[in-house]
Design a protein around this ligand. Structure first.
Ligand SMILES: Nc1ncnc2c1ncn2[C@@H]1O[C@H](COP(=O)(O)OP(=O)(O)OP(=O)(O)O)[C@@H](O)[C@H]1O
Ligand SMILES: [Mg+2]
Length: 316
């Protein structure tokens, strides 16, 4: 992996009501690298993404950006650092002020950071995301959903950040245009050398975007590996269950794994391994000892006492 750009260690976030949205996560993204983050709704993906941008404060753990610890960086210094970070949200309607023209929306981050010559930069940004110079004078409601997301991407990239978080960037879009936006993002990622955290519950989108994938369950990363290993040789029972839920045309290799019960409440997670209440392989030890995320082959880490492919008996 290239030099670490963003590094979280032991990141923890507890919300009101004792909801442990993120429970001690170690995560590293190298310069120019894309990490995919998958997991069911409510497992803490967005909270972890926000922690990594310090949009919310962790109540435990540390965050480094380019070799410097920024966990408690004062607001002033943090504001200066923000030009190096961007975020694209799921819903461009919610993230773009409807009363601002595209030119204003794209110029705003430049003004905030005192980066001059907004006009030329706005034109360049529109071209970068496949929009036309004329679009600068229009307002968000005058665009299609896909075009609006292009505007949101252009705005996130206005200050030429080194780190971009994409939080479900295509989940609100028509299926027909999701691929266009994904292609744009992967093209920009490569062209601009962006480090990217790509958050999605859609495994196909993650596979398309991210050479390395982390799987999250109830506030913790349970498996992390190169894309090929996650999709062809998943070790954690939860990863196997996630993969089995998506049908791949022509693939009959993987038995469908039906998980027992519901995701437990993050306010009252199970002892030991958070997944053990739904795991076909769980034994007493899983309730007693939290399995650490440990090395399991090159670049492959798994948090399970008994990793490996589930047997037919276990999946039936
Ligand atoms: N600001 C908040 N205040 C209180 N609880 C929160 C807040 N934000 C998130 N949570 C809770 O933290 C947990 C994780 O939420 P989060 O939004 O990070 O999950 P997610 O994986 O992004 O889900 P989704 O796939 O639905 O976007 C959930 O139980 C959620 O209800
Ligand atoms: Mg989310």
């Amino acid at each position: 992996m290239s030099a670490a750009l963003v590094k979280g260690r032991g990141l923890t976030k507890t919300f009101a009501g004792g909801v442990r949205a993120v429970a001690g996560v170690d995560i590293t993204i190298g310069t120019g690298e894309t990490l995919g983050l998958v997991g069911e709704s409510g497992c803490g993906k967005s909270t972890l993404a926000r922690l990594m941008l310090r949009l919310i404060e962790p109540d435990g753990g540390t965050l480094h950006f380019r070799d410097a610890e920024i966990t408690h960086l004062p607001d002033r210094a943090m504001r200066a650092l923000r030009r190096d970070m961007g975020i694209v949200f799921q819903d461009p309607f919610g993230s773009l002020n409807p009363r601002m023209s595209v030119a204003q929306l794209l110029a705003e981050p430049l003004k905030v950071h005192g980066l001059g010559d907004a006009r030329a930069r706005v034109a360049a940004l529109l071209e970068l995301v496949g929009l036309l110079p004329d679009h600068a004078a229009r307002y968000p409601h005058e665009f299609s959903g896909g075009q609006r997301q292009r505007i949101a991407i252009a705005r996130a990239l206005a200050t030429q950040p080194a780190f971009l978080v994409c939080d479900e960037p295509t989940s609100a879009l028509d299926v027909s245009i999701q691929a266009q936006v994904l292609n744009l993002l992967s093209d920009l990622q490569a062209r601009l050398g962006l480090a990217c955290l790509f958050v999605s519950h859609n495994l196909a989108a993650v596979r398309h975007m991210a050479p390395r994938v982390a799987v999250m369950y109830l506030g913790r990363i349970v498996e992390e590996a190169p894309r090929e290993a996650i999709f062809s040789d998943p070790q954690h029972p939860y990863t196997q269950a996630l993969l089995s839920a998506v049908s791949e045309p022509g693939s009959t290799r993987r038995a469908r794994i039906v998980l027992r019960g519901e995701v437990p409440s993050p306010a009252d997670p199970p002892s030991g391994c958070h997944f053990r209440t739904r795991c076909p392989r769980a034994v007493v030890r899983c309730a007693e000892v939290l399995p650490p995320l440990i090395q399991h082959g090159a670049g492959h880490r798994v948090a399970c006492h008994f990793p490996g492919t589930l047997t037919a008996a276990e999946t039936s």
